[in-house]
Structures are given as C-alpha cells and as structure tokens.
Design a protein around this ligand. Structure first.
Ligand SMILES: [Fe+2]
Length: 479
C-alpha cells in the first residue's frame, strides 16, 4: 500500500513540475519482491503519462527538431515464473524537441493482445500474428514513420507521431516471416537489411530486405542448425554479415515454462557468414569463429583487399545459467577482420572495459567509421546495473578512448548520435539519451556535444518520473 501512496504522490509532483497536461491514465498493481528485473532501476512505469513544456537546463540546440524515442520492457503483470527481462511488455517513451524547447514527453505501452487485456484498452489494429505479439526492443525510421521492432515473431508496430496511434504492420502485407530488432541501412540503396529468425523455424534464418518506402523486396531462407538466436547483423557495401553463434532454441526450456527458450549450446559451431547482398545461399562464405556471442554490432565495412571489418561487443558465453537475463559482462569491444579468401576471423580486443549498446554516426552505416559510442557497464556484473554511470567514445583512428561520467547515482542508457546537419562531418553532432536520477526518482533527456564528449552536457530535459532501464532508442528528425 505504501508504494501505491508513493506513486500517487509522485504522480501529483509530476503534474506540478510538468506543467500543462500531465496525467496518468491508470495505475497498475505494484507487488513488492526481490526480483531484479521488477525492482530498482528496472521497476516498470506504473502508468502512461503526457507531460508538456518540460523544464530544460542549459540550451537545447534549435537544430534538434524532432523526437527522441526509446523502447524497452515494462511488464504489465509482475509474475516472476518463467519471466525473462527480454520479454517484458513493450513501452515507448518519447520526447519532442522543437525550437530549443522540449514540447512534450509521452510514454505508451505497445498495444499487444496481453496489454490490451490487462489495461482494458483496444488492441492496436493490424496483423498480430498469434499470441507472441509483444514488441519491445528497438525503433527504426521507415517510410516517414517510426516503427517499433522485435525479433523472432511479431510484425513491427508503426507509431503515430505523438505515439497515440499504433498499428501492427507487416510492411503492407509484404513481410511473410519474422523480422528483426536490428535492421541495418544499406549505404548504397538505403534499403534495410535484417537477419530474422523464429523458434518454429529452427532449420533456417531469413535475410529480409525492406525498401526505403517500407516494402519487403527480398526474403531469403538460409539453412542453419539448432535454431540460433540472431539478435543483430551488419551490412557493408557488398555483404550482409550473418552471426550464427551458439545460443540456440531449447525445447527443454520451452517445455519447462520459460518465456525465453534460448540457451548456450556448446554443440553448435560458431560461424560468421558473408552473404553478397543479392546473392543466394550458395554464395555465402561461412567462416568459423571461436565460440562466443554478440548481441550488438557497431558497424561493418569492406576493405580494398576483400576483407570485412566488423566492430562488436562480444561475450564469452551467455544464457548458460540464469533464466532471467544476461548473467555476466561482455569481454569488451572487439574488431573482427573477416577474410573470406583465407576463411578466417581475426579478433582484436579494442577495449576490455565492460560496455554495451555500441552506436555510430548512422550516416556511416556499412561504410568505414572512425567513432563508436558505447554505454559503460559496472566492473562487476549486476542485473540492476547500479554503478553504470558513464559512456565511452572510441576514436578508432587514434586509439583514444574518452569517458563521460554522469556522476554517482546517475544511470545512463544507450545514447544515439544526431548529426549537426546532413553534411556535417562524422562525430560533428550530439549524443542524446536518457539518464535516470535515482535519488529523486526522475529522468533527464541529456544532450552531449560529441566533439566535447567529456565536457558538461549541452542541455538536459527533466522528465519528472523515473523511466526504467530499457533497450534501444532512436532520433527521428521532424519531417
Ligand atoms: Fe538489441
């Protein structure tokens, strides 16, 4: 009961601080418990809010005209049985910046079947594709709209500009199979390339290509063994890079009631595939790599001598014990040189510090990049990421690593790069992301100048409640 009272007070404070139109639509029950992904920085938002004309500290660059959106898991029911952090119901948080002001903040559940039943609200229209319609992982711009994405099943969800309208959309009926949370932009055509998979197709993954207008123009099934989990891929001017690594579908986990039925599988050979972007299955060059796992690539590009450079955050192994979420830190940021002629992958450690969510200047997708920005993790792994209060900026030309420390008690998430203008040089722009201020249960949308990375923020926008730890964000410029 105490926690409910706290939240009512917090909601009232939000309304006062937030200005014109703060409201919460409904309250969810908040049982107490030690489960790490329902408590602390992960504690789900208790309702949906709209806050207008937010308080800004510093000066918001007027060039930042658009929306920062971020998505993550926000379970409507807090049942720990079989729960995994990765499968919580999706919630999108967004902030609209315009003319040096922060016009609004909104958070909205993705209107899946389960969310609709729990909150007694209409489901988002469109093809939900069965029971597994939870969309919670990443966002991408296609055809002038923001889309919420998830891997392994559900169709994406197209979001209205103010997040009030949502529709499940299989790219206008052109997507036959699953999609991915991490498609990558083709530097030549502007198409999105993804490697997609789902549990009921353990013998294949799919190369899916979506045109800039939002129509699927290719779905190629690629034979694999054991049903690997493929969270990310990479694209270059010539290739799609396929990561076929030893986390695979586990029927045993499925039958034991786990919502996340993927486990480390030492029987599954680790390999990297180079698929010519318009090639067939026979054109893929598969190259073995030592067993490891990659959630996120930063970028990849071709070299003049026919190799592919891939930067990624690499784990020695994952999902080998805990059934609730990752249970250890990555080994760091690595550079892989994939040589299809030699059939080899050479791995070089760029930085051993624990870090995740690597991002680049998106205009360098598939092209040589110089800078990678990552979220620092605590030295000792902890599910609630207490102690993660820094970002890294890697200059891969000089080898210099800069560190931006937000300070004790401040917990950043993934930051995204926004160029100063379309013709600006790489790294000439801002980094934008959420930082939780745990002491006062609030969140800031923080803007850093990428070229003065270690300096104080250019601006921060106060959101008068805590936005729980989430997954991925994106900047959507105003049209
Ligand atoms: Fe991801």
């Amino acid at each position: 009961m105490a926690s409910v009272v706290e939240k009512v007070i917090r909601g009232a404070v939000s309304r006062v601080l937030g200005g014109i139109a703060s409201f919460n639509r409904r309250w969810l029950p908040v049982p107490d418990g030690p489960y790490p992904y329902f408590t602390g920085l992960h504690e789900p938002a208790a309702g949906e809010y709209t806050v207008e004309n937010l308080h800004v500290t510093g000066v918001l660059p007027p060039e930042l005209d658009g929306r920062y959106l971020r998505i993550g898991p926000n379970p409507v029911h807090r049942d720990t049985r079989g729960h995994h952090w990765f499968v919580g119901d999706g919630m999108v948080h967004g902030v609209r910046l315009q003319g040096g002001q922060a016009r609004w903040y909104r958070n909205r559940f993705v209107r899946s079947r389960k969310v609709s039943e729990a909150l007694d609200v209409p489901m988002a229209p469109g093809p939900h594709r069965g029971r597994f319609d939870n969309v919670n992982t990443a966002l991408v711009a296609v055809g002038g709209s923001a889309w919420a994405l998830v891997e392994a099943g559900s169709a994406p969800v197209r979001l209205g500009d103010d997040l009030e309208q949502q529709a499940y959309d299989d790219f206008g009926g052109t997507l036959q199979g699953p999609f991915s949370a991490h498609p990558h932009r083709d530097p030549v055509t502007g198409d999105l390339h993804a490697i997609a998979y789902r549990g009921d197709e353990p013998d294949s993954v799919r190369h899916v290509v979506v045109s800039p207008e939002g129509r699927v123009r290719r779905e190629l099934r690629i034979p694999v063994a054991h049903g690997p989990m493929v969270h990310d891929c990479a694209v270059t001017e010539r290739y799609v890079v396929i990561l076929d690594l030893p986390v695979t579908f586990s029927m045993k986990s499925m039958l034991s009631g786990q919502y996340f039925p993927y486990r480390w599988n030492p029987e599954h050979p680790a390999r990297v595939g180079l698929l010519p972007k318009d090639g067939g299955v026979a054109d893929i060059t598969w190259v073995p790599v030592d067993p490891c796992f990659v959630f996120h690539t930063a970028n990849a590009y071709d070299t003049a001598d026919g190799q592919v450079v891939l930067d990624a955050v690499v784990y020695d192994r994952v999902f080998d014990g805990s059934t609730h979420g990752p249970a250890s830190n990555p080994r760091g940021l690595e550079r892989w040189i994939i040589d299809p002629a030699a059939g080899s992958v050479t791995r070089r450690l760029v930085d051993a510090a624990p870090q995740e969510f690597p991002r680049i200047d998106g205009r360098r997708s598939g092209l040589p990049h110089r800078f990678v920005y990552t979220l620092g993790l605590p030295e000792a792994f902890t599910p609630d990421i207490v102690g993660a209060s820094h970002l890294f900026r890697h200059d891969l030309h000089t080898g210099e690593r800069q560190r931006h420390d937000f300070g004790a008690g401040l917990a950043p998430g993934e930051f995204v790069f926004v160029p100063r203008h379309e013709a600006a040089a790489e790294d000439d722009g801002w980094l934008v992301g959420f930082v939780i201020d745990a002491a006062v249960d609030a969140t800031d949308l923080v803007v850093l100048d990428a070229t003065r990375f270690e300096g104080p923020p250019v601006a921060s926008v106060r959101i008068p409640h805590r936005i729980p730890v989430g997954f991925h964000g994106e900047w959507f410029p105003a049209r």
